[in-house]
Design a protein around this ligand. Sequence first.
Ligand code: IVH
Length: 686
Amino acid sequence: MTPAERIDYLRRELHLHNHNYYVLNTPTITDREFDAMMSELQSLEAEHPEMFDPLSPTQRVGSDLTKGFTQVRHVYPMLSLGNTYSVSEVDEFIGRVQGALGQKDVTIVGEMKYDGTSISLIYEHGRLVRAVTRGDGEKGDDVTENVKTIRSIPLQLQGEGYPEMFEIRGEIVLPWEAFDRLNREREINGEPLFANPRNAASGTIKMLNPAEVAHRGLDAYFYYLLGENLPADNHYDNMQAARRWGFKVSDIMRPLHSIEEVDSFISFWDTERKRLPVATDGLVFKVNSLRQQLNLGYTAKSPRWAIAYKFQAERALTRLRFVSFEVGRTGVITPVANLEPVLLSGTIVKRASLHNADIIKTLDIHNDDMVYVEKGGEIIPKITGVDLEGRAPGATEIEFVKNCPACGTELVREPGEAAWICPNKYHCPPQIAGRIEHFVARRAMNIDGIGEETVGQLMQMGLVKDIADLYELNYSVLTSLDRFAEKSAQRILAGLEASKSVPFERVVFALSIPFVGEIVARRLARSLRNIDSLMSATTDQLVGIDDIGEKIAESVVGFFAEPVNRDMVDRLRGYGLTMSMPEEEQEAHSQRLAGQTIVISGTFTHHSRDEYKAIIEANGGKNSGSISKKTTFILAGENMGPAKLEKAQSLGVRIVDETEFLNMIGEGAAEPDAAEGSELSLFKEL
Ligand code: IVH
């Protein structure tokens, strides 16, 4: 085989295995085999630059080049759909279609309405040539580089029968699991949370750095094929063909033959959709026959052959008692609506986020208003509107505070940012308390026994003014605290002592450098190796590290430019905290999993699947894609596939859950924990 043939072969194989893994969820080779093929292809491509192909499987990682987007005109305008919240209006739609076509025999295809951001892909000769956002419907942004990082989207089609050139439309979504992970990361980094997966998906696809896009875990479902010479004369069969070419087409799609079938499709999915791995906001009903579609035509805005039925968001009406303003660890002021308790999707809601000053203005909320509360992204309830009928005459507008509710400092707002911030970083009590609580948290220094209340007491008595002061605490000081037992004092002192051997990467995380979450901290620690290099790193040097963008780099440089922070770090060093990575440690941490073959299945909370693969290898274990007699155990997350479960049981292979596994490798007790004072934790009590 010539190198060119080998490159060709590897590309085809890798495209196929990508599809097996990301679309069909059934890998047929192990990850190791996949990685071996990928690295062989990478080196062959490096040796033969003349064979460069922008659609090679090696190009999915996303280049770090940052560039704006070019606007592209759509070949066929991207219209929207007429929509309704009522089943009887869907029935009327079917009646209208039957009337206009003059026949009862009209097949309707029922499918999910995915709640993400729409995308149009153009394929020529089976290769992806362009991906464009909806934009204004006429023109959109060319986001091809970002779309290429979505692994379930085929770069090169499989099978045959696809037209020489066609367009396929679908929805880019951020699955719940990836959405939750992203928000957890943002919470830790003190960044504003995404309200729902739709905002997160549309924000992500417009990010300027494809490498960051690749990180976020987007997925895409396809629902509409356009072009000449399509394989079939109806929508359903065309979509099944698209699935064979490699697209992710939902298997929820059903041809329906009567109003009764349509209605039962609605009532089934109204509740069942909550189990899906991605957000949906309704169903779409389309006339199946393309000829009938053509006959029905379009209004100015939408096709007459389709309608969207939207699910009713769960919402409740209650009275606003007052708005409080809370200060987080990073100084961001979050307005919180304190409500008369109300039942919403099974939980009692007393508080809801008002996000920021702009949202209060847009909603035009007044004191004592009757407000609608919704579970939007299904995590933090939010206020979505006001019932004006319930407004008392003379009610006054809600005013956003101008000064910090905790320390009185005048608030500031960066141009273009929504958040008001208290700039008094080093003397504003809740900010200090937030940083101390973050420092002692399990995933940071893991110092047991110091909760919110203890931090409050220690600060009130003037014993602790920053994190370094914790190491000055001693037995007599602690036992002099109100209601403080000897045992608790001992526990804290032991915790402080033990924290001196917490690895450097967690020390970096514990410092509360803005935008430095767990993952970024690990990257910084592993590439700079010790605190002196970190403190003296320049922005240029920092952006050279994987995953570190300009914003993070500037934040790190800014943090260490402040004498208070340098002094604090010096004190921490003096107390004996770990300020460098161990010499011998590079990637392999331990041999705890030596000789073990582990299969990963399902979805996880604490790390991504890729991270678990890396963790297994770093601990000397072997990761394998399929279960056999040789499998030592299965690392099983949520929603492990039934086939795998059955196979594991029949071979008697042990199943280990995420918590047990983390304990095995010494990362135990890793519940996503409190970065107190930040948005998510504020709402834990709801
Ligand atoms: S069909 C001409 N099918 O909903 C009709 N759209 O309000 C093209 N969407 O912009 C759209 N799931 O972003 C269609 N199964 C589905 C859909 C779907 C989600 C989105 C799409 C579109 C919007 C219409």
